[in-house]
Design a protein around this ligand. Sequence first.
Ligand code: BGC
Length: 332
Amino acid sequence: MSRLTVVAYTFGILCFLASCAFSVFYGYKVVSHDLPAEDQTGEKYNYHFVLVPEELDNDYWRLVEEGAKKAAEEHGVLLEYAGPRQANIDEHLKTIEMSMASKVDGIITQGLSDEQFTPLINRVVEKLPVITIDTDAANSDRMAYIGTDNYYSGFLAGKALIEDTNGQANVAIITGNYYANHQQQRVQGFRDAVESEEGITIITVEESEISRVRAAEKTYQILTDYPEVDAFYGTSALDAIGIAQVVDKFRKQNQVYIIGFDSLPETLKYISKGTIQATVVQEPYEMGYRSVTMMIDLIEGKKVSPVVHTDTRIMRAADLLKRKEDEWEAGR
Ligand code: BGC
């Protein structure tokens, strides 16, 4: 073999080894998904997360999204907000499946029901971290939960109703969904709070499918079927608004007590008017914000508490007035 042939062979072998090393290295990078995430404009991000709510076009979830986007912006995270436009459990589950298949770095979603969400969350967690938000699937392998203590918030609602009605009320409950963990906990907390009150009876529990229109329809039906009902408890953000619309329409403001959930602008409007007497305040913006920072901490191996409860409290007209005065003072 001439010297030239030996050099040519050696060069060929080196080129082959270099190309093998190159393929293995980049192949690994793609599989392990540690290339920086990129959006359609080519901008690079440190991580890519998906936030999957039960209903995209819901004012409550838009606040969660706002908080999550703010944290994402501050930490170089590409955050997608994806899910059903209107509540639909199959689409919700499908969005989680698709996010897992597209190898994002983390999924933030509700653990709506043990039956449908727990097995899926457990499958996803084998591949990437999952944080539950707003609604926990406590029996799943999710890595952490951030949101309201839903049982406690229902308990608070019950205590507020007792106080405001002097322990005398025939209550109708309108709840978002019978199957959802957090809605069940909000109802159970309420039941436990009023249980020992002889003057309080729960007449019926109806479902609104988290729709304001459905909540209004159910209110109308309840007022027709159970004329003894003189108090309503709405357990999801739009329920009390739907109830208030009907109560206002039939001019029953002075005969019917309403306690709801959340402090959306429409709810506050009805509190100022005196149609809704009280609401359980949640912190959706903070939930969104902290879900993103918690996910970053999890990925970076920092210690994260498995259950983080955001603040919950009761707001009535007097609190609203006080808040407005404080804002006015601060702005002077
Ligand atoms: C709940 C959310 C729900 C929303 C519906 C809120 O009170 O925390 O889980 O999707 O109401 O409007």
